[in-house]
Design a protein. Structure first.
Length: 83
């Protein structure tokens, strides 16, 4: 190798460093249900339970926070008027 080709390499690149294979190429692999138990299963039609969208979950959370805040304010007003 010439010194010009070494100068064009990124700082962390080295000829002695090998990248780990993160794909499904080697090693022991699970067969059968290994792929079906992923996080994506919760967003398919095959998942058990309620079928609600993330927007509905967000709106329910915002409504719950507003309800708790309203109860807190009503409690403060009630304490102020009763004393």
């Amino acid at each position: 190798m010439s010194s010009n080709s070494l100068a064009n390499r990124p700082a962390g690149a080295s000829s002695g460093v090998r990248r780990r294979n993160t794909g499904g190429g080697g090693g022991a692999q699970k067969t059968g249900q290994g792929n079906n138990m992923s996080m994506l299963r919760y967003y398919t039609d095959d998942s058990p339970g309620l079928k609600i969208t993330p927007v509905v979950v967000l709106m329910m959370s915002v409504c719950f926070i507003a309800f708790v805040t309203m109860l807190h304010a009503v409690s403060k007003i009630y304490q102020y008027t009763s004393s």
